[in-house]
Ligand binder design. Structure first.
Ligand SMILES: NC(=O)c1ccc[n+]([C@@H]2O[C@H](COP(=O)([O-])OP(=O)(O)OC[C@H]3O[C@@H](n4cnc5c(N)ncnc54)[C@H](OP(=O)(O)O)[C@@H]3O)[C@@H](O)[C@H]2O)c1
Length: 297
């Protein structure tokens, strides 16, 4: 399959490396970079030659475009791309946050928008080099729900590349579940500078995690059919399984880069306003992370 990957950071480089083995892959960035080969170390060890480009028009013959920018860059990335894509190209997001697929479908239409989540953990080292820190499942589906032969084909292409991938006929639920989980784990660990595992070791923090996740899930319930108890259990399981990891939001704070708090807790607060649900815990966590960001941005 002819695939264009947008965003040469951690996830984009990783996907270009694994998908590039059996597909024609172009990796698109917004500035010139000297990348000819991708090297993945860690749980997956791969070396793949790919084509790196900073020219949007290189993606005009691609069947699948995968958006791998941070979610605060989605609008700019898709706005500049959309006029250059083939009218049949499908656009998949594997980002975190609640608004990516809505933004994408605004430019290319729902019938060409594929939603997705991935639980692979990847760390960026330098241009073309990443470390695969943890294997995880990838789930994709037509946005906001449904499936098609093309989506099934993409699942096969991902599996063929060694990515554990499943198809969801209700991807909106998966996107909300991931946002609810992230709304608890990410800001608390980022503000306190702690590893994920501390959230289930310290009873005060476990209680805060529970309060946040219950509140976010109560918002989610207004949009999708979500099992609140299941998502809370899953959040604790994620904290347990990634106990030694630093959440992405904490990594961003440590690197003094912009976090995705606007697209996670901020988006939940906004969606709650539309349904007149109150979100006091999310609002406190949101302000704390923004205050942290403002110290360095
Ligand atoms: N890393 C993980 O393990 C992981 C796991 C699951 C989900 N995710 C999600 O995946 C998304 C990407 O995360 P990441 O960790 O890969 O972030 P990242 O390392 O910061 O990479 C983002 C990349 O996108 C590039 N970019 C921004 N705007 C662009 C544009 N208009 N055109 C082309 N490239 C552009 C950035 O380039 P510049 O250097 O020029 O800014 C950067 O190289 C996030 O939503 C994240 O939450 C990440």
């Amino acid at each position: 399959m002819k695939i264009g990957i947008v965003g040469p950071g951690a996830i984009g480089t990783f996907l270009a490396g694994v998908l590039g083995k059996h597909n024609e892959v172009d990796l698109l960035g917004r500035r010139p970079l000297d990348i000819e080969t991708i090297e993945i170390s860690g749980k997956t060890r791969v070396e793949t030659d790919i084509n790196y480009t900073d020219s949007i028009s290189s993606l005009s013959d691609k069947k699948l475009i995968v958006i791998c920018t941070k979610s605060f860059d989605t609008k700019e990335a898709v706005a500049s791309l959309s006029n250059h894509l083939s009218s049949k190209a499908l656009v998949l997001s594997l980002q975190n946050g609640l608004n990516n697929e809505g933004i994408i479908s605004g430019f290319v239409g729902k019938e060409r928008t594929i939603g997705g989540i991935t639980n692979n953990g990847v760390t960026y080292m330098e241009p073309g080099k990443v470390k695969h820190a943890g294997m995880g499942k990838t789930v994709i589906g037509l946005y906001p729900k449904g499936t098609s032969e093309e989506v099934e084909k993409i699942v096969r292409v991902f599996r063929n590349a060694g990515l554990e991938t499943t198809l969801s006929e209700n991807i909106l639920v998966k996107l909300w579940e991931k946002a609810v989980i992230n709304s608890g784990i990410n800001p608390i660990t980022a503000v306190l500078g702690i590893k994920n595992g501390v959230l289930i070791e310290d009873r005060y923090l476990t209680r805060l995690l529970e309060e946040t996740v219950r509140e976010s899930a109560a918002v989610a319930e207004n949009y999708v059919d979500l099992d609140k108890k299941k998502v809370l259990d899953e959040t604790k399981e994620v904290a347990r399984q990634t106990s030694e990891n630093l959440s992405s939001m904490l990594q961003d704070v440590k690197n003094e880069s912009r976090t995705e708090v606007d697209q996670i807790n901020g988006a939940i607060i906004e969606k709650a306003l539309d349904k007149e649900v109150s979100t006091p815990v999310n609002k406190v966590l949101y302000k704390l992370v923004k205050g942290l960001e403002n110290k360095y941005l």
